[in-house]
Ligand binder design. Structure first.
Ligand SMILES: [Zn+2]
Length: 237
């Protein structure tokens, strides 16, 4: 499988410092095929296999067609965002990261305790944990996603050179992900999210600095290559 050069370079020079991120076609995974089949027959998401990128742990499952014809820039940003998640899951351990990411909804699992001693009435109380499945704000998921979406903002600033006015559409897009049903109402407090997104002091943290340096070097290399090919063209004319 041939990945775009920029993606290969990012994986090697940045992501590899934080974990082993893999990109594989969706059709090569039996789990993805099973979910795809379920989502098609239940009509939950018939385009699961063809339109959506799915991430589990350190593996990014790409729809086959998207992988055959990858959009280098958008793939790069997906991979950069995931690099933060992989780094966090390594820092906290996979199990704790998943539990915290899904908290408080993950507490619903404790309702299974009621099955362990169903003859005792007191265990019925364990069923109350099912209430955690409600769309209650998820502080850890918010914190993890905020850290990951900051990378998208970093690209918007350093690669796309967006101004304060131009970056607003990015804020709105991220707020749509975090404040609505898209991420199960992770943190439905839009003005607070905007305040956090606008705070770019965190770009000084090591992982963002590393990504930022990579973006700056890529820009400089591209510029040199452009000048080089322009000079060659002029010489040939
Ligand atoms: Zn994310």
């Amino acid at each position: 499988m041939n990945l775009p050069l920029d993606v290969e370079s990012f994986l090697k020079e940045v992501s590899s410092n934080y974990g082993d991120l893999k990109i594989i076609p969706k059709s090569s995974s039996n789990l993805m095929k099973a979910i795809g089949w379920l989502f098609t027959i239940t009509k939950i998401s018939p385009e699961f296999m063809t339109k959506y990128i799915t991430i589990i742990g350190d593996t990014v499952y790409y729809p086959d067609d998207m992988l055959k014809n990858p959009d280098s820039e958008s793939m790069l940003r997906v991979i950069a965002h995931e690099t933060i998640h992989v780094a966090d899951s390594k820092r906290f351990s996979n199990a704790l990261f998943s539990f915290l990411y899904l908290f408080p909804q993950s507490l619903a699992l404790l309702s299974v305790l009621s099955l362990l001693a169903f003859w005792k009435l007191s265990f019925i109380w364990c069923l109350l944990f099912l209430l955690c499945l409600a769309p209650i704000p998820a502080p850890f998921r918010y914190w993890f996603e905020l850290r990951a979406y900051r990378v998208n903002l970093l690209f918007a600033r350093k690669a796309d050179n967006l101004t304060n006015e131009e970056i607003v559409s990015y804020y709105e897009w991220i707020e749509k992900q975090l404040c609505t049903s898209l991420y199960y109402w992770t943190w439905p407090f839009q003005s607070m999210v905007r305040k956090h997104l606008m705070d770019e002091r965190t770009f000084e943290v090591e992982i963002y600095k590393k990504i930022s340096n990579w973006i700056i070097i890529r820009r400089a290399t591209k510029k040199i290559m452009d000048i080089h090919s322009e000079t060659l063209k002029k010489l040939n004319d």
